[in-house]
Design a protein around this ligand. Structure first.
Ligand code: SF4
Length: 133
């Protein structure tokens, strides 16, 4: 008889333990899935500093761009030393080059030599070709 009683007590302890765990596991799962604290929602992503944009909406080409360097592109044609750049002739500018895609007066615009980048109206590169008159 006392053995039956011991088994019953053991069973009760076991069931109590199991039922307690059964409640704890889901609670722990909810806590683990909640992603941590209930602090303020994540902040909106910071806007990255936009690259210098041309009026055309395209990014401006850098003089350090490998293709720009290979074609001797500069933002200011007036800075070109004609003795070192014999292809350059005074008065040649992107703005009067046949490949310049900007309207009259635009400071920066696309150029078919540098797709997706804007060149400066006062610039120049060794591919310069005069606009037909
Ligand atoms: Fe400027 Fe003409 Fe050279 Fe383009 S091709 S970068 S418009 S000089």
């Amino acid at each position: 008889m006392s053995e039956d009683r011991t088994i019953t007590e053991e069973r009760r302890r076991f069931l109590k333990l199991v039922s307690g765990s059964a409640v704890l596991v889901p609670v722990m799962g909810i806590t683990a899935c909640s992603g941590g604290s209930d602090d303020a929602p994540p902040a909106a992503p910071k806007a990255d500093a936009a690259p210098a944009a041309a009026t055309s909406g395209m990014p401006r080409i850098s003089e350090d761009d490998p293709q720009a360097k290979s074609l001797a592109y500069v933002h200011e044609a007036s800075s070109i030393d004609a003795t070192k750049q014999p292809r350059y002739k005074a008065g040649q500018l992107c703005s009067n080059c046949a490949l310049y895609q900007g309207k009259a007066g635009s400071e920066w615009a696309g150029c078919s030599i540098f797709p997706g980048k804007a060149v400066k109206a006062s610039g120049w590169c060794s591919v310069y070709a005069p606009k037909p008159s």
